[in-house]
Design a protein around this ligand. Sequence first.
Ligand SMILES: Nc1ncnc2c1ncn2[C@@H]1O[C@H](COP(=O)(O)OP(=O)(O)OP(=O)(O)O)[C@@H](O)[C@H]1O
Length: 270
Amino acid sequence: MSLLEVNDLRVSFARRNTWFRSRAADFVAVDGVSLAVAPDEIVGLVGESGSGKTTVARAIVGLVQPVSGTVLLDGVPLGPVGRRTTAQQRAAQMVFQDPRSSLSPRMTVAAIINEAWRTHPESAPPGDRTAALHRLLDDVGLDASVARHRAGELSGGQCQRVSIARALAVRPRLLVCDEAVSALDVSVQAQILRLLVDLRERHHLAMLFISHDLGVVHQIADRIAVMRRGVVVEEGRTTDVLGAPRHEYTRSLLDAALELSTTDAQDRSR
Ligand SMILES: Nc1ncnc2c1ncn2[C@@H]1O[C@H](COP(=O)(O)OP(=O)(O)OP(=O)(O)O)[C@@H](O)[C@H]1O
Protein backbone atom coordinates (compact mmCIF):
# COMPACT_ATOMS: atom_id res chain seq x y z
CA MET A 1 0.00 0.00 0.00
CA SER A 2 1.12 3.58 -0.63
CA LEU A 3 2.16 5.73 2.29
CA LEU A 4 0.90 8.88 0.54
CA GLU A 5 -1.92 8.87 -1.93
CA VAL A 6 -3.15 12.03 -3.63
CA ASN A 7 -6.34 11.59 -5.63
CA ASP A 8 -7.68 14.03 -8.18
CA LEU A 9 -6.47 17.07 -6.25
CA ARG A 10 -7.77 20.41 -7.40
CA VAL A 11 -6.66 23.74 -5.94
CA SER A 12 -7.75 27.15 -7.14
CA PHE A 13 -7.08 30.71 -6.05
CA ALA A 14 -9.46 33.64 -6.13
CA ARG A 15 -8.61 36.32 -8.65
CA ARG A 16 -9.85 39.86 -8.68
CA ASN A 17 -10.60 41.84 -11.78
CA THR A 18 -8.74 45.04 -10.90
CA TRP A 19 -10.38 47.08 -13.69
CA PHE A 20 -13.92 46.47 -12.55
CA ARG A 21 -13.03 45.72 -8.90
CA SER A 22 -15.04 42.55 -9.20
CA ARG A 23 -14.19 38.93 -8.68
CA ALA A 24 -12.85 37.17 -11.79
CA ALA A 25 -13.01 33.43 -12.43
CA ASP A 26 -10.80 31.49 -10.01
CA PHE A 27 -7.35 30.50 -11.22
CA VAL A 28 -6.91 26.73 -11.18
CA ALA A 29 -3.32 26.06 -10.06
CA VAL A 30 -3.70 22.28 -9.62
CA ASP A 31 -6.15 20.56 -11.86
CA GLY A 32 -6.81 16.95 -10.93
CA VAL A 33 -3.40 15.72 -9.74
CA SER A 34 -3.07 12.13 -8.55
CA LEU A 35 0.15 10.63 -7.29
CA ALA A 36 1.38 8.07 -4.80
CA VAL A 37 4.50 7.58 -2.70
CA ALA A 38 5.31 4.17 -1.24
CA PRO A 39 6.98 3.78 2.18
CA ASP A 40 10.77 4.31 1.78
CA GLU A 41 10.25 5.73 -1.72
CA ILE A 42 11.50 9.05 -3.08
CA VAL A 43 9.25 10.51 -5.75
CA GLY A 44 10.42 13.55 -7.69
CA LEU A 45 7.88 16.16 -8.74
CA VAL A 46 9.29 18.24 -11.59
CA GLY A 47 8.03 20.96 -13.90
CA GLU A 48 8.82 24.53 -14.77
CA SER A 49 8.07 27.48 -12.53
CA GLY A 50 4.34 28.02 -12.02
CA SER A 51 3.34 24.47 -12.95
CA GLY A 52 1.75 23.93 -9.51
CA LYS A 53 4.37 21.82 -7.66
CA THR A 54 4.47 23.96 -4.50
CA THR A 55 0.69 24.15 -4.39
CA VAL A 56 0.52 20.33 -4.43
CA ALA A 57 3.06 20.25 -1.58
CA ARG A 58 1.15 22.84 0.43
CA ALA A 59 -2.10 20.93 0.00
CA ILE A 60 -0.43 17.71 1.20
CA VAL A 61 0.91 19.26 4.41
CA GLY A 62 -2.30 21.19 5.05
CA LEU A 63 -1.17 24.72 4.24
CA VAL A 64 -3.73 25.22 1.49
CA GLN A 65 -7.27 23.89 1.24
CA PRO A 66 -8.03 22.03 -1.99
CA VAL A 67 -11.32 22.61 -3.77
CA SER A 68 -11.67 18.86 -4.23
CA GLY A 69 -9.70 15.65 -4.12
CA THR A 70 -8.27 13.65 -1.25
CA VAL A 71 -4.92 13.21 0.44
CA LEU A 72 -4.47 9.91 2.27
CA LEU A 73 -1.66 8.90 4.57
CA ASP A 74 -1.45 5.20 5.31
CA GLY A 75 -4.87 4.89 3.70
CA VAL A 76 -6.46 7.41 6.09
CA PRO A 77 -7.87 10.62 4.53
CA LEU A 78 -6.28 13.74 6.03
CA GLY A 79 -8.74 16.27 7.39
CA PRO A 80 -9.28 19.76 5.98
CA VAL A 81 -6.82 22.56 6.71
CA GLY A 82 -6.96 23.55 10.38
CA ARG A 83 -8.75 20.36 11.39
CA ARG A 84 -6.01 17.79 11.06
CA THR A 85 -5.11 15.77 14.10
CA THR A 86 -1.69 16.48 15.61
CA ALA A 87 -0.58 13.01 14.54
CA GLN A 88 -1.55 13.89 10.96
CA GLN A 89 0.27 17.22 11.17
CA ARG A 90 3.42 15.51 12.40
CA ALA A 91 3.34 12.73 9.83
CA ALA A 92 4.05 14.94 6.81
CA GLN A 93 6.75 17.57 7.32
CA MET A 94 7.93 20.11 4.80
CA VAL A 95 11.50 21.24 4.10
CA PHE A 96 11.57 24.58 2.29
CA GLN A 97 13.80 26.07 -0.38
CA ASP A 98 15.51 28.86 1.47
CA PRO A 99 16.68 27.59 4.86
CA ARG A 100 17.78 31.08 5.89
CA SER A 101 14.29 32.48 5.63
CA SER A 102 12.51 29.40 6.98
CA LEU A 103 14.52 29.52 10.24
CA SER A 104 14.35 32.40 12.65
CA PRO A 105 17.88 33.89 12.46
CA ARG A 106 18.00 34.95 16.12
CA MET A 107 16.94 31.59 17.53
CA THR A 108 19.58 29.11 18.58
CA VAL A 109 19.51 25.69 16.97
CA ALA A 110 18.61 24.17 20.37
CA ALA A 111 15.62 26.54 20.68
CA ILE A 112 14.46 25.70 17.14
CA ILE A 113 14.41 21.98 17.88
CA ASN A 114 12.88 22.47 21.34
CA GLU A 115 10.11 24.52 19.77
CA ALA A 116 9.28 21.59 17.46
CA TRP A 117 9.09 19.33 20.53
CA ARG A 118 6.93 21.91 22.33
CA THR A 119 4.52 22.07 19.37
CA HIS A 120 4.31 18.28 19.26
CA PRO A 121 4.99 17.13 22.84
CA GLU A 122 4.05 13.55 21.97
CA SER A 123 7.17 13.39 19.79
CA ALA A 124 9.48 14.91 22.43
CA PRO A 125 12.10 12.51 23.76
CA PRO A 126 11.59 11.20 27.28
CA GLY A 127 14.41 12.00 29.67
CA ASP A 128 17.46 14.02 28.77
CA ARG A 129 16.59 16.36 25.92
CA THR A 130 20.18 17.55 25.48
CA ALA A 131 21.36 14.06 24.64
CA ALA A 132 18.41 13.64 22.23
CA LEU A 133 19.21 17.00 20.63
CA HIS A 134 22.83 15.98 20.09
CA ARG A 135 21.73 12.65 18.57
CA LEU A 136 19.41 14.52 16.23
CA LEU A 137 22.19 16.89 15.14
CA ASP A 138 24.52 13.95 14.64
CA ASP A 139 21.83 12.33 12.50
CA VAL A 140 21.95 15.26 10.07
CA GLY A 141 25.74 15.51 10.13
CA LEU A 142 26.09 18.46 12.50
CA ASP A 143 28.41 18.73 15.48
CA ALA A 144 26.77 19.02 18.91
CA SER A 145 28.38 22.47 19.34
CA VAL A 146 26.05 23.81 16.60
CA ALA A 147 23.18 23.61 19.15
CA ARG A 148 24.41 26.83 20.79
CA HIS A 149 24.62 28.81 17.55
CA ARG A 150 21.94 31.12 16.25
CA ALA A 151 20.54 30.12 12.86
CA GLY A 152 21.72 33.44 11.41
CA GLU A 153 25.36 32.46 12.10
CA LEU A 154 25.22 29.24 10.08
CA SER A 155 26.06 28.55 6.43
CA GLY A 156 23.28 27.74 3.94
CA GLY A 157 24.13 24.03 4.06
CA GLN A 158 24.18 23.97 7.87
CA CYS A 159 20.84 25.83 7.95
CA GLN A 160 19.30 23.24 5.63
CA ARG A 161 20.59 20.45 7.89
CA VAL A 162 18.93 22.22 10.84
CA SER A 163 15.65 22.49 8.86
CA ILE A 164 15.86 18.76 8.18
CA ALA A 165 16.61 18.09 11.87
CA ARG A 166 13.58 20.19 12.87
CA ALA A 167 11.41 18.11 10.52
CA LEU A 168 12.89 14.85 11.86
CA ALA A 169 12.41 15.96 15.48
CA VAL A 170 8.68 15.24 15.27
CA ARG A 171 9.27 11.78 13.75
CA PRO A 172 7.44 12.18 10.43
CA ARG A 173 6.65 9.40 7.96
CA LEU A 174 6.96 11.67 4.91
CA LEU A 175 9.24 14.58 4.06
CA VAL A 176 7.96 17.01 1.45
CA CYS A 177 11.08 18.75 0.19
CA ASP A 178 10.22 21.83 -1.87
CA GLU A 179 13.28 22.91 -3.87
CA ALA A 180 15.24 21.93 -0.76
CA VAL A 181 18.66 22.16 -2.43
CA SER A 182 17.98 24.84 -5.06
CA ALA A 183 19.44 27.68 -3.00
CA LEU A 184 22.69 25.81 -2.28
CA ASP A 185 26.05 25.55 -4.09
CA VAL A 186 26.48 22.45 -6.22
CA SER A 187 28.89 20.76 -3.77
CA VAL A 188 26.61 21.47 -0.79
CA GLN A 189 23.64 20.28 -2.86
CA ALA A 190 25.36 16.92 -3.32
CA GLN A 191 25.98 16.61 0.45
CA ILE A 192 22.34 17.36 1.31
CA LEU A 193 21.11 14.91 -1.35
CA ARG A 194 23.36 12.21 0.15
CA LEU A 195 22.00 13.05 3.60
CA LEU A 196 18.39 12.70 2.42
CA VAL A 197 19.10 9.32 0.81
CA ASP A 198 20.81 8.22 4.03
CA LEU A 199 17.91 9.37 6.19
CA ARG A 200 15.44 7.53 3.99
CA GLU A 201 17.31 4.33 4.77
CA ARG A 202 17.94 4.94 8.44
CA HIS A 203 14.46 6.25 9.29
CA HIS A 204 12.36 4.50 6.63
CA LEU A 205 11.21 7.89 5.43
CA ALA A 206 9.29 8.47 2.24
CA MET A 207 9.85 11.71 0.33
CA LEU A 208 8.15 13.86 -2.22
CA PHE A 209 11.07 15.76 -3.69
CA ILE A 210 10.07 18.85 -5.63
CA SER A 211 12.53 20.47 -7.99
CA HIS A 212 12.72 22.27 -11.30
CA ASP A 213 16.22 20.76 -11.72
CA LEU A 214 16.08 17.45 -13.57
CA GLY A 215 19.76 16.76 -12.80
CA VAL A 216 19.07 16.90 -9.06
CA VAL A 217 15.92 14.79 -9.29
CA HIS A 218 17.80 12.24 -11.38
CA GLN A 219 20.25 11.79 -8.49
CA ILE A 220 17.68 11.14 -5.81
CA ALA A 221 14.27 10.01 -7.08
CA ASP A 222 13.07 6.44 -7.64
CA ARG A 223 10.11 7.70 -9.61
CA ILE A 224 9.23 11.00 -11.24
CA ALA A 225 5.98 12.82 -11.93
CA VAL A 226 6.15 15.68 -14.44
CA MET A 227 3.77 18.61 -13.96
CA ARG A 228 2.70 21.15 -16.50
CA ARG A 229 0.06 23.83 -15.96
CA GLY A 230 -1.48 22.12 -12.96
CA VAL A 231 -1.57 18.64 -14.49
CA VAL A 232 0.72 15.59 -14.23
CA VAL A 233 1.57 14.85 -17.86
CA GLU A 234 3.90 11.91 -17.33
CA GLU A 235 5.07 9.68 -14.54
CA GLY A 236 7.14 6.56 -14.13
CA ARG A 237 10.47 5.22 -12.97
CA THR A 238 13.20 7.86 -13.09
CA THR A 239 15.31 5.89 -15.55
CA ASP A 240 12.31 5.44 -17.87
CA VAL A 241 11.02 9.02 -17.71
CA LEU A 242 14.45 10.60 -18.16
CA GLY A 243 15.85 7.88 -20.43
CA ALA A 244 12.89 7.60 -22.78
CA PRO A 245 10.39 10.41 -22.12
CA ARG A 246 6.97 9.81 -23.67
CA HIS A 247 5.55 13.30 -23.35
CA GLU A 248 6.75 16.15 -25.53
CA TYR A 249 6.86 18.49 -22.50
CA THR A 250 9.23 16.12 -20.65
CA ARG A 251 11.43 16.01 -23.74
CA SER A 252 11.52 19.82 -23.87
CA LEU A 253 12.47 19.97 -20.15
CA LEU A 254 15.27 17.48 -20.82
CA ASP A 255 16.51 19.41 -23.86
CA ALA A 256 16.54 22.64 -21.83
CA ALA A 257 18.46 20.93 -18.99
CA LEU A 258 20.98 19.49 -21.47
CA GLU A 259 21.50 22.90 -23.09
CA LEU A 260 22.06 24.48 -19.68
CA SER A 261 24.63 21.88 -18.62
CA THR A 262 26.48 22.21 -21.97
CA THR A 263 26.63 26.00 -21.55
CA ASP A 264 27.85 25.56 -17.95
CA ALA A 265 30.57 23.15 -19.09
CA GLN A 266 31.65 25.58 -21.83
CA ASP A 267 31.75 28.47 -19.34
CA ARG A 268 33.88 26.41 -16.95
CA SER A 269 36.37 25.47 -19.69
CA ARG A 270 36.91 29.13 -20.67
N1 LIG B 1 -1.62 31.99 -2.75
C1 LIG B 1 -1.76 32.13 -4.08
N2 LIG B 1 -2.63 33.02 -4.60
C2 LIG B 1 -2.79 33.17 -5.94
N3 LIG B 1 -2.10 32.44 -6.87
C3 LIG B 1 -1.22 31.54 -6.40
C4 LIG B 1 -0.99 31.34 -5.00
N4 LIG B 1 -0.04 30.36 -4.85
C5 LIG B 1 0.29 29.99 -6.12
N5 LIG B 1 -0.39 30.69 -7.03
C6 LIG B 1 -0.30 30.54 -8.49
O1 LIG B 1 -0.47 29.16 -8.79
C7 LIG B 1 0.41 28.78 -9.84
C8 LIG B 1 1.25 27.60 -9.39
O2 LIG B 1 2.18 28.07 -8.40
P1 LIG B 1 3.20 27.10 -7.66
O3 LIG B 1 4.01 27.94 -6.73
O4 LIG B 1 2.45 25.96 -7.11
O5 LIG B 1 4.09 26.59 -8.88
P2 LIG B 1 5.52 25.91 -8.86
O6 LIG B 1 5.51 24.89 -9.93
O7 LIG B 1 5.85 25.46 -7.49
O8 LIG B 1 6.46 27.10 -9.27
P3 LIG B 1 7.78 27.67 -8.54
O9 LIG B 1 8.80 26.61 -8.70
O10 LIG B 1 8.07 28.94 -9.27
O11 LIG B 1 7.36 27.90 -7.10
C9 LIG B 1 1.23 30.00 -10.22
O12 LIG B 1 0.63 30.61 -11.34
C10 LIG B 1 1.11 30.89 -9.00
O13 LIG B 1 1.18 32.25 -9.36
